[in-house]
Design a protein. Structure first.
Length: 151
């Protein structure tokens, strides 16, 4: 499941000044339900959409729990990669620029926390990603699965 590694790396790292999570606009189609998920990925219990909703919710949970850290999610767009396919409509060069900008820019917008970004523009995420109860359920499930709590 796409959220386990970002969760575990976040839980184990010393708090940085900035964190950027790779999400997708497809998170809007995800189901905000953590029950019965196979976090090990041995069987399909969640869709790609679900996993990207989980990553986006993780972003907002970390932003809430770690004040002073610039924590944001990025949807790079549908870019022509092996996964996206040759007909993807977004520009591959644009796919990484927002991450670079959030990681290095002194622009005050890039220094914020709790945002969802697409091509250096703030976008509204699915409301479920901002639901603190859903975030806490997700963190609890991931802590239980990994044996590591987010400090």
């Amino acid at each position: 499941m796409n959220v386990v590694a970002p969760y575990l790396l976040t839980a184990l790292v010393r708090r940085p000044a900035r964190l950027i999570y790779l999400s997708s606009g497809m998170h809007h189609g995800g189901r905000p339900d953590v029950r019965g998920r196979d976090w090990a990925g041995r069987r399909a219990t969640a869709s790609y959409w679900d996993s990207k909703l989980f990553v986006t919710a993780l972003t907002f949970a970390v932003a809430r729990l770690w004040p002073g850290v610039s924590v944001n999610a990025v949807g790079p767009g549908w870019v022509p990669t092996k996964m996206g396919g040759p007909g993807a409509p977004d520009d591959l060069r644009e796919g990484h620029r927002t991450q670079d900008w959030l990681a290095t820019s002194d622009d005050p917008r890039a220094r914020t926390a709790g945002g969802y970004w697409y091509h250096e523009q703030s976008r509204e995420p699915r409301a479920a990603a901002r639901d603190e109860r859903f975030q806490d359920e997700l963190l609890s499930e991931l802590a239980s699965f990994t044996g590591t709590r987010l400090a």
